[in-house]
Design a protein around this ligand. Sequence first.
Ligand code: FAD
Length: 451
Amino acid sequence: MSRHRVVIIGGGFAGLSAVKALANAPVDVLLLNRENYYTSSPLLHQVATGELEPELIAYPIRSMLRHIKNVQFITANVKQVNVSSQCIQTHKYVIPYDFLIIAAGSDSKNVGIPGAIEYTFPLKKLEQAVNLRNQIIHCLEQAVLEVNPSLRQQLLTFTIVGGGATGVELAASLTEMIVALVKDYPTLDFSEVRVVLLQAGDSLVPQMSRRLRMYVRLRLEKMGVQVILRSRVRQVTSEAVYLQDSRVIPTKTTIWTGGVTGNPLARTWGLPLARDGRVIVLPTLQAPKHPQVYVVGDLASLPGMPMLAPVAIQQGEMAARNILRQIQHQELLPMHYQHMGNMIILGRYDAVLDLGKLKITGVTAWLIWLAVHLLILPGFRNRLLVLMNWLWGCLFGECLVRLVLPLPSVNKLPIRRKKMQVMGYIYPKSRSRFTTLRIHGHTDMDSQENY
Ligand SMILES: Cc1cc2nc3c(=O)[nH]c(=O)nc-3n(C[C@H](O)[C@H](O)[C@H](O)COP(=O)(O)OP(=O)(O)OC[C@H]3O[C@@H](n4cnc5c(N)ncnc54)[C@H](O)[C@@H]3O)c2cc1C
């Protein structure tokens, strides 16, 4: 009997967890990811504020899968999923599947606010974190030369929209970055620098208990962050943020961490969507009416499951287990999320940890945060270097990465079909009749309709 092929879209927390659960199982797995590396998103804010080099929080996916025999990986941007003909389309190829796990993650939800897409800095991907770091340092460099006080104020005001966990962590880290940079800019008056945190609701980090919410707010204010609650953004331009209550914040840097939506690509795939753009799934993580399609991680909408890394990891594993059960005609299992608690780092030596009845703050919580985030980082070298960077930062209070670097541009070289054929099962899009190419060069002719 031929082995079933499981295609996984997305090599983030959920996709890689599914891969691990399918390792050495009697199925062939093909993992597709837009980049050739995995990113540990919970550390993105530290890249944006120069605490860590970008390479330290990313890891080549091929190296992670090196020892798993039944898994292949391709760097590919999936454009379309056709659930009725059971195939997916990348920028160049059409790939059929027996089972599909969609783990394509989420995106920033800033649509509908004029100027938000054009003028805000998102923080979802590694290159966005580098871009933001460039912008922060660039603004300081420009401010040194700026004699006009109102233009200098724009350059030295950093506005974060969204007082959830990411916004709070970034605000704390950004404040520390600025303090660390004082000695590099002796001619700049750092009392002019403002970090503003805008939150639409009544409190920061609403998922935390009341006591911890208060703790977080007081800590940020003590660090010098200007927290503005009940502030809804009306418009963003390259020079200011306009609030609905007609307040205006002059700023050249508006960072968007408020609200998240399911990966917008999924909107065209014919799957049922919740209001936040995530795909509605059954408790078994299958898409309704498409038992071969599983949706996991940030993209899956299931009651009581927040967009968090532990949810994604557990769902990826559960989808993989259910696929193996489905192949063996066993009853599928519903997803039960085991909540691990919430934690937020508040700069150096402080964090909050909400484990239900147990709440921890201060240095103990900070040490736990560091340990957990070190453990989820793939690669021993990465862990060691991240630990060293943290120690260095604590000892010398320095912002380690202060270069304004050009972002890498991807060279669009044509992919030679012969090379792709070796990977197997790739269907050139341009042809009307397809050839199924099996691994190790063995060719099996199959005809399919053009996608
Ligand atoms: C700045 C930040 C801080 C966070 N901090 C925390 C935290 O402290 N704790 C916590 O629990 N959670 C945190 N989260 C949330 C956590 O990172 C997500 O819940 C988790 O990453 C979701 O996993 P996922 O696999 O669904 O998506 P992701 O990890 O985002 O992976 C999605 C993958 O799909 C790929 N992809 C997307 N579109 C395509 C396509 N068209 N074709 C091919 N590949 C595609 C992407 O390249 C990516 O690799 C944070 C998120 C961010 C952005």
